[in-house]
Design a protein around this ligand. Structure first.
Ligand code: MF3
Ligand code: CO
Length: 247
């Protein structure tokens, strides 16, 4: 959906707040901390910034943040029992609502020293995002973004999760169009100036197959391979893509 300049101004404020909180929470990631402590700090920062969580109660989701560790791909529920340890990789995903406007961003952080392949999967998630947003231009299509992301992931021998996708964002968390992290050049919806898209590669070190745990939320790889997630809200600007979730 195309946004007005007033809507874009508000989305920008929402995005800045969201990313600033994510960065602060990312600095907490270390051995011995529980994902619940990060959630609690997130809740505190959301209040302090005068915004609301975009995730809490969304379709019944029970927390402010999604914290997904190792083979968890997305939608990990923070828990007092989940203590981070050296070698883990941890994705923090959060969204806020400011004056009715949503933002959404995610990043994956290493805990201490991690295996080389896991530090690589974190880098490739970012690199694939970077390749994807180069196609976030007026008159390009959703498939152009998807295939650009997919090509970077495949070239590095990782896999793209197919069941979860990026999305338009603004007055709600998930708007059209959907932005799969795979696709075909020249296929799919046409992109227009002043659309805002949450582009979010979710990639795995082994096979792409996922399943959902009994908690009804946590998405994990079937083969136990680790996953990385990287997400920003991007404005399709007149002069090219603009990442809005920056500090
Ligand atoms: N970044 C995820 C998304 O775009 C987070 C949603 S989690 C939920 O869908 F809790 F809100 F469902
Ligand atoms: Co999202």
């Amino acid at each position: 959906m195309v946004k007005t300049s007033q809507e874009i101004e508000r989305i920008k404020v929402s995005c800045k707040i969201c990313k600033s909180i994510l960065v602060e929470l990312g600095e907490m990631v270390r051995c011995g901390i529980t994902t619940y402590e990060i959630e609690k700090k997130g809740e505190e920062l959301i209040k302090e910034n005068g915004v609301e969580s975009a995730f809490k109660h969304y379709n019944g989701y029970p927390a402010n943040l999604c914290i997904s560790v190792n083979e968890e791909v997305v939608h990990g529920i923070p828990s007092r029992e989940k203590i981070l340890k050296e070698g883990d990789i941890v994705s923090l995903d959060m969204g806020v609502v400011y004056k009715g406007f949503y933002s959404d961003c995610a990043d994956t952080f290493p805990v201490g020293r991690v295996k080389e392949i896991h530090s690589k999967i974190i880098d490739v998630a970012r690199a694939s995002f970077a390749a994807g947003i180069l196609k976030a231009l007026p008159d390009m299509r959703v498939g152009d973004i998807g295939v650009a992301i997919e090509n970077v992931v495949k070239a590095n021998n990782f896999s793209v999760v197919r069941e979860f996708v990026g999305h338009g964002i603004g007055k709600s968390l998930h708007e059209s169009p959907e932005i799969p992290n795979f696709g075909e050049p020249g296929k799919g919806e046409i992109l227009k100036e002043n659309m805002v898209l949450a582009i979010e590669p979710m990639i795995t070190e082994g096979k792409a197959d996922i399943m959902i745990l009994k908690d009804g939320w946590t998405v994990v790889t079937k083969d136990g391979g680790y996953a990385a997630h990287y997400e920003n809200c991007v404005l399709i600007g007149k002069n090219g893509p603009e990442i809005l979730t920056t500090v």
